[in-house]
Design a protein around this ligand. Structure first.
Ligand code: F3S
Length: 59
């Protein structure tokens, strides 16, 4: 799967990091970034569901 976070949309709520810390982390601006832009971890899909602003895309 390919994972990306739209920094413009991200409000830094941190839910993605909570459900999937292996893939997401917060950067110095308080936004989420995908540490692994290619991953087979299913929690990346969970993160899509929990993000309140739909900033995460998984293909
Ligand atoms: Fe941002 Fe959504 Fe994660 S708002 S911190 S991408 S849950």
């Amino acid at each position: 799967m390919k994972v990306s976070v739209d920094e413009e949309k991200c409000i830094g709520c941190g839910a993605c990091v909570s459900v999937c810390p292996d893939v997401f982390e917060m950067n110095d601006d308080g936004k989420s970034v995908a540490k692994e832009s290619e991953t087979d971890k299913d929690c990346a899909k969970e993160a899509v569901d929990v993000c309140p602003v739909d900033a995460i895309e998984v293909e």
